[in-house]
Design a protein around this ligand. Structure first.
Ligand code: PEP
Length: 245
C-alpha cells in the first residue's frame, strides 16, 4: 500500500514576521512537492503564513490546542480558532508540552478529539524518555501512550501519529535505524488492530531529523514522514528533507 508521506515542521517558540521569508523561499524551491508538507509556526504567525502559502499545497498548522471550543481559558487557543485562521492541523502531546505543562495522555486525547471536532488533522506525539529506553520499556511506554491518547473517531484521514523519542529531540542523537523500524512496526500492528484503516494511518518519525539522515530514516518501512523541529526553520534544510521524501 502506498501512503503519501507527510513532512511536518514544528517551529516551536521561534519565528517573527521576518521568518516568513523562509516560507517564500521554500515554496519557490519546492513548487510541487511529492509529499504533503505542513508547517506549524507559533500562533502569532498562523494567519500570515496561511496567506504566504496561498496557491501552494503546503499546509499550516498549530502546535497545541485547548480541548474546549471556547471559554474562560486565558492564553489558550481552541481547535476551532485554528481552523478559523486557515489552519489544517494541530500537533498535540508534544513531549515539551507533556513536560512543561504536565499534559498527560487523557489531556492529549481530549485535545486530539477537539482537533477532529474542528475538522483539523490531529498529529498525536508519543515517545519514550532515555530512562525508559535504557530500562527496556520503550515499546511498552509508547504503545501505552498510543492506546491512551488515540482520539475516538480516529481515521487515516484525520489522525497522524508521530513517534518522537524524547532523548532524540533537539539533541542531534538519533536511534539506530533498527530501533526506529521496530517501533514503527509495532505501532503499525497496533493501529491495524484498533482501526479499520489502521494500515494507512501515517506514522511520522521525529527527533533530530536533518538533511543528512532524512533519506535513510524515511526509507524505513512504516515511516511515512517526519516531524521536524530545528531543521524546519531554514528553507534550505526543510526543502532538502522534503526532497528526500
Ligand atoms: C520536535 O520538536 O518535534 C523535533 C523533532 O525537534 P528536532 O527536530 O529539533 O529534534
Amino acid at each position: 500500500m502506498t501512503i503519501r508521506p507527510l513532512i511536518a515542521g514544528n517551529w516551536k517558540m521561534n519565528g517573527l514576521a521576518a521568518s516568513l521569508g523562509e516560507v517564500h523561499a521554500l515554496r519557490e524551491a519546492q513548487a510541487a512537492p511529492a509529499c504533503d508538507v505542513l508547517i506549524c509556526p507559533p500562533a502569532t504567525l498562523i494567519g500570515a503564513m496561511v496567506a504566504a502559502v496561498q496557491g501552494h499545497p503546503m499546509m499550516v498548522g498549530a502546535q497545541d490546542c485547548h480541548a474546549a471550543e471556547s471559554g474562560a481559558h486565558t492564553g489558550d487557543l481552541s481547535a476551532e480558532m485554528i481552523a478559523d485562521a486557515g489552519g489544517s492541523a494541530v500537533i498535540v502531546g508534544h513531549s515539551e508540552r507533556r513536560a512543561d505543562h504536565g499534559e498527560d495522555d487523557a489531556a492529549v486525547k481530549a485535545k486530539a478529539e477537539a482537533a477532529l471536532r474542528a475538522g483539523l488533522i490531529a498529529i498525536v506525539c508519543i515517545g519514550e524518555t532515555e530512562e525508559e529506553r535504557d530500562a527496556g520499556r520503550a515499546l511498552d511506554v509508547v504503545l501505552g501512550q498510543l492506546a491512551a491518547s488515540l482520539p475516538a473517531g480516529a481515521t487515516a484521514e484525520n489522525t497522524v501519529i508521530a513517534y518522537e523519542p524524547v532523548w532524540a529531540i533537539g539533541t542531534g542523537r538519533v536511534p539506530e535505524i533498527a530501533d526506529i523500524a521496530q517501533m514503527h512496526d509495532a505501532l503499525r500492528d497496533d493501529l491495524k488492530d484498533r482501526l479499520s484503516d489502521g494500515a494507512s494511518v501515517r506514522l511520522l518519525y521525529g527527533g533530530s531529523m536533518k538533511p543528512g539522515n532524512a533519506a535513510e530514516i524515511l526509507a524505513v518501512e512504516n515511516v511515512n514522514g517526519g516531524l521536524i523541529g530545528g531543521a524546519s526553520l531554514k528553507a534550505a534544510d526543510f526543502g532538502a528533507i522534503i526532497a528526500a521524501a
